[in-house]
Design a protein around this ligand. Sequence first.
Ligand SMILES: C[S@@+](CC[C@H](N)C(=O)[O-])C[C@H]1O[C@@H](n2cnc3c(N)ncnc32)[C@H](O)[C@@H]1O
Length: 309
Amino acid sequence: MDYSRKIAERLWNQADKGELESHREETFIDDIIQKSHLEKELLSHLDGIKTVFDGGAGCGRFSILLAKYGCEVTHFDISQPMIDKAKELAAKEGVLDKITFVKGALEDLGAFADHSYDMVISFDAPVSYTHPNQEKVIGELVRICRKRIMLSVSSRLGYLPYLANPIQRNQFILDENCGDPYVEWCVANREKAIEAFYFKKDTVMKLWNEGLTGGEEEIAAYEKGETPWCITYTFMPDELEDILTRCGVKKIKLAGPGAYVRTIPRELLVKIMKDDGQRRDFLEFCHQYDSNPYVCGMGKDNLFAYGEL
Ligand SMILES: C[S@@+](CC[C@H](N)C(=O)[O-])C[C@H]1O[C@@H](n2cnc3c(N)ncnc32)[C@H](O)[C@@H]1O
C-alpha cells in the first residue's frame, strides 16, 4: 500500500479528529470563506440531483447539508472516527436515514458501478492525499458520476504563499480569545515564527516544480510510529483542468476560494465578519471574485473544480 494512504489513514483515525474538524470554521475566517464558497456551488447546482457520492466526506459538513436538501447521500471516508462524528451530527439534524456511511479508501472505488450517482463531490483535498494515485482517483470519481462533479483539491498556487508566510493563519483568526488550542498556539508563536523565518528558495522551487508537500520525512516519522501530516499533492489549475478533460468532463469551471480575503488585513476582516449584513455581502462578493478564472488558484490552499458529464 502507498505511504500516502497509510499516513492519511493514521492521521485521520486519531480519536479526536472528527470533533476538531467539526468546529473548524468557527475559528478561522479563511475556512468560513471556503465553506461558504463550496456551499454556494452545491446549492446552486442541485436541480435534477437525487443521489450524491461524497468522497472523503469527513464529519459530514457537506453530506449532511445535501441530505437536508433531500438528496440520498453516500458518505465515504477512510476514517472511522470521522464517520462516527458524522453519524452523530446527522442524527442531530434528523437526516440519518438519508445517508449511507461507507468506510473505504478513494484509491479503491471498484465496488461502485459506472455512472451510479447523479453528483460526485470530494471537498477539502481528499484527492490530494492519495499521491501517487491522484489522477487515477479523479478518473474513478468521474467514472461513477452521471451528471455533475465537484472537487476541491490542494492548490499549488494557493499553497506557495504559506512558504513565505509562517504567520498567515494569524490573519484569519476571528476571535483570539475563543479558547481553541490551535488559535492559542498561533497567537503565542507569532513572534517566534517571524524571528526563525528565512525565505528558502529551494523549498519554494521544489513545491513549484514537483507539487508535493511532505515525503521522506513524513515516511520516516510514520515508520517510527508517529503521526505526521498527510503527504499532499498540490495541483496547478491547468493541470487539474487537463486531467478532468481527459476523463471526459465538460463545462469545467475552476475557482480559488479565498483569493479575495487574502488581500485584507485582519482588523478589517474581523469588523466585516462580526456584522451580519456586511458578512453576508462579503461572503457573496468573495464567491464572485474567487470564481473569476484569472484569480483561480490564488485562494487559500484549495482549488475548486466544477464539471459536467
Ligand atoms: C480535510 S477533511 C475534509 C472532509 C470533508 N470533505 C469536508 O470538506 O468537510 C479530509 C477527509 O478525507 C479523508 N481521507 C483522507 N484520505 C482518504 C482516502 N485515501 N480515502 C478516503 N478518504 C480519505 C479523511 O479521513 C478526512 O475525513
